[in-house]
Design a binder for this molecule. Sequence first.
Ligand code: S3P
Length: 432
Amino acid sequence: MAELRVQPSHGLKGSLTLPGDKSLSHRSVMFSALAEGDTVITGFLTGEDTQHTARAMQSLGIAIEGIGTDRLVVHGKGLDGLQEPSSVLDLGNSGTGMRLLAGVLAGQDFFSILTGDQYLRKRPMARIVDPLRLMGAAIDGRSAGKLAPLAIRGGGKKTNAINFTSPVASAQVKSAILLAGLFADGETTVSEPSKSRDHTERMLRFFGVSIREEGTRVTLRGRRALRSKGSIDIPADLSSAAFFLVAASIVPGSDLLIRNVGVNPTRTGVLDVLTSMGADIVLENLREQAGEPAADIRVRYRKLRAVEIGGTMIPRAIDEIPVLSVAAACAEGTTVIKDAAELRVKESDRIATMARELQKMGVPVKELPDGMEITGGDTLTAARCESHGDHRIAMSMAVAGLAARGETVVCDTDWIDTSFPGFERLLRQSAY
Ligand code: S3P
């Protein structure tokens, strides 16, 4: 098992280019496969999660060149081009891979089985299985379909369009339903309690699908062809940049430029929270690529102060709450995170795991059912931390180690490769 040793940093410096956005990488390979024509994807994330998705699309009969690199060529076969896979599709650690693909498979006229690793097989699937059954897919799985492995016999030409109100603000739920809706006659509508990331809507539009949005309600008309525009260039992942944004904000002397990062407004909660904590963050060179905004982000050290994080901010910062809690541990005052019970069903229970790991570093943390209260201070104490099988917990604790007194060891860090290959190298390059 790999471990990461982190020494106190005297400032993060220089400029960085980070791996491609995970959410966009999953979607780019799935949607290119369903499109007519070839698509060249650049900036594709070479992490394990997105490679599992690319390999799953290959198992569904799609020719893909360049797997294992950040440049894929996907030979799309159109809406009806997928074939029954001859074996089980393994999505590894990836909730996005499994839930979005389940939506696609719910619209096919064949049989398939989705599985994943020990962590993914514990994550809730009823949230997609229930609506996909309403759309006509026959789905079974462990605990009556609440847990993977999931066996799916799709509705094929008999897939129903539905009007569904999701109890959770989840882009994975919204996307699974919209993707199944691609195969249904008529209009499929999904409403959610607050707006989750809208990459599916933007990228489907980029492929020519007509989509209407009214507030938190999205409607798509099914049985319309997706057409390739030839290429998709994916910007770097803001969720990966977040580790460096927090690191530079908490280590005195830092001045860092992170190039070409996706800044979709449904994802930029981390920038808003850090700014409200007093961080010095400037967006430069704002532009648009493949329907998504991107920018260079400059961040310099500045003393942070506590804030309250809750409500509609939570879905906009959902994957960044672990590293934001490290920022809170270094801020003046008590930060309250609430309305974030969804964190308990991520790659780990991120409320319990972050509380436990920050406490090891001497940070007063009170666990709440839907969040945490974190009292910040001037110094963290180095500790031996665990990843709990969760990439974002491992990277968050490595960032905390940069601002701690002594050497921090993060154990079981192989998981980092699910989303951020090269994290350790980039951390060493900029922090020492
Ligand atoms: C994602 C949606 C979010 C997020 C995940 C990626 C996506 O999950 O946590 O890392 O790409 O759609 P939920 O939809 O479960 O909130």
